[in-house]
Design a protein around this ligand. Structure first.
Ligand code: ZN
Length: 318
């Protein structure tokens, strides 16, 4: 499963023309009573809305919110009321969403873990885990792992291969909840896959001149993105809570920028503006303002989320 993902992606490139044609033929949007999906964060909602077809998928985290420190209010429980499926990241990242179903008394809600079956990366060494709650992923018991779930990096949605896999995971869950529309879920998944393959080619081409470029991340959200697009998240200042690092960490980071010829500070709007500015001033590398959740781009879909970030990077480092 783990090894298969990337090979499957490459092979899908060959079948792209076919799959676009296939998706165009099967476009059966027979809108009976579609299951209602709620997602913990906006990138998951973007992916989910491709698969449910039509309806906008609400999120539990409000726009601009910090998923690493979010504490839902009792009133947030109403966001999952009447929902059939809750799509979450897992790995301890959005346990606040997992607590809501119980709080709202919504018992027949199906929880879908987006992280299931993905080729996950460890959190950067030395950075705090996201959550204290530990739990096994269903179906993953056979995978031998000496790593606790919360020591894995949860920002996998920034890799389009993972995004397509999340779409597949959700589609499989929706087929179980709503077997009558199985064909439609599969067709939409194929359509999304085909679009992602095209988008991926576009973005890979844009980033090609920057292959191997190392950067400092104020927030460690770019490891999967970097892995996929051939960049290097060389230094992570902070994972999780929004606390500026001390002078020693800043000095080490500035040294690393010089020694490793790092070219940018990737800054997420939610995190460590002051540190980003100091590093940039001391080393004369630019701050690239990015957004892992699409709020700065005012993104309404996954394509915009990914493309906007790539364009910010290319514009700053060209
Ligand atoms: Zn994050």
């Amino acid at each position: 499963m783990r090894i298969g993902l990337r090979r499957k992606w490459k092979m899908s490139l060959l079948g792209l023309a076919f799959s676009v044609a296939g998706a165009a033929v099967v476009h059966a949007d027979t809108a009976t009573k579609a299951p209602r999906v709620v997602a913990s964060i906006s990138p998951l909602a973007f992916i989910a809305q491709e698969i449910v077809g039509g309806a906008e998928v609400p999120t539990i985290l409000p726009p601009g919110g910090n998923p690493h420190s979010f504490e839902p209010k009792p009133s947030d429980a109403k966001r999952v009321q009447g929902a059939d499926v809750l799509l979450v990241i897992g790995l301890g990242f959005d346990d606040w969403a997992l607590r809501l179903p119980a709080a709202s008394g919504e018992r027949k809600l199906h929880t879908v873990l987006a992280s299931r079956g993905l080729d996950l990366l460890p959190l950067e060494a030395g950075h705090a885990p996201h959550g204290a709650v530990r739990y096994a992923q269903h179906g993953d018991e056979h995978e031998s792992s000496d790593r606790h779930q919360e020591e894995l990096d949860p920002h996998f949605w920034m890799d389009p291969v993972c995004a397509v896999h999340i779409a597949e995971t959700l589609a499989a869950a929706l087929e179980e909840v709503d077997p009558a529309q199985a064909v439609a879920y599969r067709a939409r998944t194929e359509k999304f896959r085909a679009r992602m393959l095209v988008l991926d080619q576009e973005l890979l081409a844009k980033l090609k001149p920057l292959q191997g470029t190392g950067f400092v991340a104020t927030h460690g959200g770019w490891a999967y993105f970097a892995r996929h697009f051939g960049l290097r998240q060389a230094v992570v200042l902070q994972e999780g809570a929004n606390q500026e690092p001390g002078p020693r960490t800043l000095k080490q980071t500035i040294d690393a920028v010089k020694a490793q010829k790092l070219r940018a500070v990737f800054s997420d709007a939610r995190f460590l503006e002051t540190s980003a500015r100091i590093i940039s001033q001391e080393t004369a590398i630019p701050i690239v303002r990015l957004d892992l959740h699409g709020a700065s781009a005012n993104a309404k879909d996954y394509d915009t989320l990914l493309r906007w970030n790539v364009e910010q990077i290319v514009a700053a480092l060209r």
